[in-house]
Design a protein around this ligand. Structure first.
Ligand code: CAA
Length: 265
């Protein structure tokens, strides 16, 4: 008999103006093999093609136990430094795609977000999570270090000292500590509430100018990690650019005329 066609490990669905990216490899707690990373890269390329109609992206893990439990450890046995480099570069390519996505990307974490899984969540604009979630960079327990941006983005979000403590200890933190650290911006009782909350946020975003939201994201992403002078110059550039947009003329006119704006769609 013909072999069964492989089940897609990443599903992309569009629901109105929301794109939902589901990592669906529950038997390995959604671990990021190179085929999952390639599929994520492809999903975000398709979202970029549909950019005009997407106002928010939710990234979720299937199976109910994990967002993503890390890079795929099974594929690491016997791997060479060159293979390690290629794996990291692929992870960074996915992160760059997420950061280049015009619409905000919300990591919706329900369960484990570990190693490359936490790094994937950190490449998203912000993290929403359920009470059942846990977070960590356990790579040093494997003789590794974070490879998909953990040393870069975790300190930006939780501060360098806390990032060092988490990366050196490899310990897992629960939702209370993750919220307290600013890693998770909103917590929810369960998955259903999490997805409803994330959709509500996308609905709020969708009331604003899509051009302005994309502009704000470009500036925030572009300025991250730069010197104050460079970051300010990037903001000034984005602010100036906004003055050349129809959405800015419409938004300001609507305010002055005391009516709702009709932004570009
Ligand atoms: N890669 C590959 N397979 C994984 C995996 C991973 N990261 N995490 C879990 N799995 C697999 C397990 O091997 C197991 O498979 P089998 O049923 O075939 O044995 C299955 O998923 C279920 O996992 P457990 O039986 O271990 O479940 P548990 O409830 O006992 O423990 C866990 C859950 C604490 C998350 C544990 O699975 C775990 O510690 N996973 C690894 C976490 C980790 O170290 N992540 C970092 C990876 S390295 C990395 O990400 C590098 C980078 O920065 C890019």
């Amino acid at each position: 008999p013909e072999p069964e066609p492989a089940r897609p490990e990443v599903d992309l669905a569009f629901d109105g103006d929301v794109a939902i990216v589901t990592i669906d490899r529950p038997k390995a707690l959604n671990a990021l093999s190179s085929s999952v990373l390639e599929a994520l890269d492809d999903a975000f390329a398709r979202i970029a093609d549909a950019a005009a109609s997407v106002r928010g992206v939710l990234v979720v893990g299937a199976g109910g136990r994990a967002f993503v439990a890390g890079a795929d450890i099974a594929g690491m046995a016997g791997a060479t430094p060159e293979e390690g480099r290629r794996s990291a570069e692929l992870g960074h390519r996915v992160a760059a795609r997420i950061e280049a996505c015009d619409a905000p990307v919300i990591a919706c974490v329900d369960g484990f977000a570990l190693g490359g899984g936490l790094e994937l969540a950190l490449a998203c604009d912000f993290i929403y999570a359920t009470d059942a979630s846990s977070f960590g960079q356990p790579e040093v327990r494997l003789g590794l270090i974070p490879g998909f941006g953990g040393t870069v983005r975790l300190p930006r979000v939780v501060g360098p000292a806390r990032a060092k403590e988490l990366i050196y200890s490899g310990r897992r933190i629960g939702i209370d500590e993750a919220v307290e650290a600013g890693l998770v911006v909103r917590r929810f009782a369960d998955r259903e509430a999490l997805l409803a909350g994330a959709r509500e946020t996308v609905a709020q975003i969708a009331q604003n100018s899509p051009v302005a939201v994309a502009n704000a994201k470009r500036v925030l992403v572009g300025a991250a990690g730069r010197s104050t002078d460079e970051a300010v110059a990037i903001e000034v550039g984005g602010f100036a650019e906004a003055f050349g947009t129809d959405d800015m003329r419409e938004g300001v006119a609507a305010f002055l005329e005391k009516r709702s704006p009709g932004f570009s769609s």
